[in-house]
Every structure is written in structure tokens, then in C-alpha cells.
Design a protein around this ligand. Structure first.
Ligand code: TIU
Length: 222
């Protein structure tokens, strides 16, 4: 079969029009001293999915399909950081403040980088995004359209924040979206479960859900 085994029903794979988009697998969300920890979160949950995200990325590379990475980050002068975002939650380290891994969520800082194990390789697109969604204030839509991409497989963090926001943005722009269940994580297991349930509800109203194994099998067989 040419589809991917998925919920709530098989994903209608178009082998020449699919890409992987890995959302915000940055040190700032996965390591103590970064933005996620500053918001009071247990970052070990993010670290736990690294092997599965890595396997999924490798599956796309082996199948010679596009891999796109995103990074939530801001300019050093904070001109793309609304005060409402900087002040939200009043964390001890705000975006732009200097922490143990450099300035929090600022482009070019060590803590803002994608985790070494998941680092982009030559030829892979990296989208720097100031919002939670990867389409807001970025060239992502144009890049995908230029390359004839119509379907997106999603991985990364956090499931109910940047991943779900980007999936909803993509869905409204006409992309068919699939979330790899074991390659995404939240700081809150109940939010991951709820996001997965609402994405696939009502006949995949936002998108499909599948395991990393089933995605890799689907793209390898097609
Ligand atoms: N706080 C939280 O759950 N997420 C974010 O702030 N950014 C992303 O999800 N990448």
C-alpha cells in the first residue's frame, strides 16, 4: 500500500510531495538553564524523545525526502519580540536575558541551537521563527510551495504549543499534516494526550497521528 498506517484512518501519502518538519528541538527547551526550565518545566520529558526524533529524521534522509528544522528565536535587539511575549509568566530568566547557555532564545546563542544529536545537515532548511507557529513571520509557506510540498510530517516540541500551532497554520493553508506520536512531547503528558486526541478528532480535522515506525515504513515502501 502507498499510504501510511495512521489514525483516524490511513494517511494518503504522496511520495513526491512530503517533507518532515522538526519543531524547535533546541537546547533551550531540553536542558536545565534554558527557556523551558525557566518557565518551571521538567525538561527530561523533551530529552526522552531524542532517539525517536533522530530515527525519524534518518528515515527521511535515507528516503531522500526533505527535512526542515525550525527554531523559536529572536533577534539580539529584540525587535521581533513583543513585550507581551517577553513578560508572559514573569519567569526568572526572560527571553533575551543571559543564562548559563547564553541569552535565552536569541538567534546565534549556544542555548538556542538545535540539540547536537539532531543538528541539521548541509542542504536542510532551517526556519527561525519568532512565534509559536512556524508560518507566522517566516518564509516557510513560500519555501514549501516552491518545492511542491503538500504534505507535512511533524515532530518536535511542545506538542500542544509550537507543534499544534504550526499544524493548525499548515492545515489552514491546505497542507495535509501527520504528527509522529512518539517523536513529539509536552512538559505535560495530559496536554500531549489531549492535543493528539483533538488533532485526529472529527475525521482528522487538523491531521493524522502515526508512530515513527509506521511513518518510516510508509515512506520507505512507497
Ligand atoms: N512553553 C512551551 O511549551 N513551548 C514553547 O514555548 N515553545 C515551543 O513549544 N517550541
Amino acid at each position: 500500500m502507498t499510504g501510511i498506517n495512521a489514525e483516524p484512518f490511513a494517511f494518503p501519502l504522496k511520495r513526491n510531495a512530503i517533507a518532515l518538519i522538526v519543531i524547535d528541538m533546541q537546547r533551550d527547551f531540553a536542558e536545565v538553564g534554558g527557556f523551558g526550565a525557566s518557565l518551571g518545566n521538567d525538561v527530561t520529558r523533551v530529552q526522552s524523545i531524542v532517539p525517536d526524533v533522530k530515527r525519524l529524521i534518518q528515515g527521511f534522509r535515507d528516503a531522500e525526502l526533505p527535512v526542515i528544522h525550525t527554531m523559536e528565536c529572536h533577534r539580539p535587539n529584540l525587535s521581533d519580540l513583543p513585550p507581551a511575549k517577553r513578560n508572559r509568566g514573569n519567569p526568572p530568566l526572560k527571553i533575551g536575558d543571559r543564562g548559563p547557555m547564553g541569552r535565552i532564545l536569541i538567534a546565534g546563542e549556544p542555548g538556542t541551537a538545535i540539540m547536537a544529536e539532531l543538528a541539521p545537515i548541509d542542504g536542510e532548511t532551517v526556519i527561525e521563527k519568532p512565534g509559536k507557529g512556524a508560518f507566522y513571520a517566516t518564509p516557510l509557506d513560500d519555501i514549501l510551495k516552491e518545492r511542491g510540498i503538500a504534505q507535512l510530517v511533524f515532530a518536535g516540541v511542545t506538542t500542544e504549543v509550537c507543534v499544534q500551532t504550526t499544524m493548525r497554520e499548515a492545515n489552514d493553508r491546505g497542507y495535509e499534516c501527520l504528527l509522529a506520536r512518539d517523536a513529539t512531547e509536552s512538559y505535560f503528558p495530559e496536554f500531549k494526550a489531549a492535543a493528539i486526541a483533538m488533532i485526529q478528532a472529527q475525521g482528522a480535522i487538523v491531521g493524522w497521528i502515526a508512530s515513527v515506525d509506521d511513518v518510516i515504513q510508509g515512506i520507505s515502501n512507497a
